[in-house]
Design a binder for this molecule. Structure first.
Ligand code: FES
Length: 137
């Protein structure tokens, strides 16, 4: 697992979301009630951006046709056989990191590594700024 730095914590207040691009993946990152959740941005239905969706009771709702996904598990509420990808999130020195799987890569050491080696840190572009501060999820 490789963790990539996404954004400063202060730039993603409670109730906000951003969409980031890391490697070939688009990821929607939410601050839901003070906890960060990262989920594949593309809806399994027709690919609409889940990062622009709203959240109800820990479930993100696609802005297009309202398919629903559990933020913690990626389970699709419309179809128990469908599940979207979720990503581990860590906070380190005021920044938010998302874990990406690396083919043939190292496994994380220990249960909760206390710090990230500098070789694992690099920035990923934010392709959608945090939403309007007055708008709630
Ligand atoms: S594209 Fe998400 S519900 Fe249709």
């Amino acid at each position: 697992m490789k963790y990539v730095r996404v954004i400063k914590q202060e730039d993603l207040p409670v109730g906000k979301s951003i969409i980031v691009s890391a490697k070939d993946e688009e990821i929607a990152l939410f601050n839901y009630k003070g906890k960060y959740h990262a989920i594949a941005n593309k809806c399994l239905h027709k690919g609409s951006p889940l990062g622009e969706g709203r959240i109800e009771e820990g479930v993100v709702i696609c802005p297009n046709h309202e398919w629903r996904y559990d933020l913690r598990t990626g389970d699709c509420m419309q179809n128990p056989y469908m599940k979207t990808k979720i990503y581990p999130v860590k906070v380190h020195k005021g920044a938010i990191y998302i874990g990406l799987e690396v083919e043939g890569g190292n496994k994380p050491l220990g249960k909760t590594p206390s710090s990230l080696p500098s070789s694992l840190k690099f920035s990923v572009p934010v392709i959608q700024k945090p939403r309007n501060p007055d708008e709630e999820l």
